[in-house]
Design a protein. Structure first.
Length: 197
């Protein structure tokens, strides 16, 4: 990462994209982990439902609290839609207090420990916003190291990943992630990944 941030003046958009949105193929995992959201809920649910249909995880953890002044938690909104799609309730484990990515992981470990042995979870399939993918993975590495990680990034921007820089919101979010990760690393919120970009 330091090499990217200390590069010559002017953003290397390709390098930024490769770093923030790494290509990590989906792998079957012990646990699917949905990082909650208020945006792109339908796309999140379609992705999680498809993964469940393909038997890509045994249990699905959905993490997200009452954000943006909403009474219903992110986890409840997503779980309700997945139930409508046919995902059984007993497949899902809800963590309903987290309001940021660190809490998603920390609180979810506590919630999981109430229903299953954490030592039985060796692999996690991350389901989250494509523009925040690196941060999700780095947060897991910091607070739950030793897992085999794979990812199913959710792109709800309406443009292909290759054209992220042409979409104002997509571009702004990716660049914001790129700017804040060094500070988060310094504050020990994250740990770097051994990924080849």
């Amino acid at each position: 990462m330091s090499g990217i941030h200390s590069a010559a003046p002017g953003p290397d958009l390709s390098a930024i994209a490769d770093y923030i949105m790494p290509d990590i193929p989906e792998q079957r995992a012990d646990l699917g982990f949905v990082f909650g959201t208020r945006q792109g809920v339908e796309e999140f649910c379609l992705t999680a439902h498809s993964l469940w249909q393909r038997k890509m995880f045994d249990r699905l953890l959905i993490s997200g609290g009452a954000t943006l002044g909403q009474a219903e938690t992110e986890a409840e909104v997503i779980a309700e839609r997945l139930l409508q799609m046919g995902v059984p309730r007993d497949v899902m484990i809800l963590e309903k207090s987290a309001t940021n990515t660190g809490e998603n992981v920390i609180f979810s470990r506590r919630t999981l420990a109430e229903t299953m042995a954490l030592d039985d979870i060796k692999s996690v399939l991350v389901i989250g916003k494509i523009c925040s993918l690196r941060r999700y993975l780095m947060t897991l590495e910091r607070h739950w190291p030793g897992l085999v990680l794979s990812a199913a990034p959710v792109n709800f921007f309406g443009v292909n990943k290759a054209h992220w820089h042409t979409h104002a919101d997509f571009r702004a979010r990716v660049l914001a992630e790129f700017e804040k990760i060094p500070d988060y690393l310094q504050r020990d919120f994250l740990r770097e990944l051994a990924l080849k970009n």
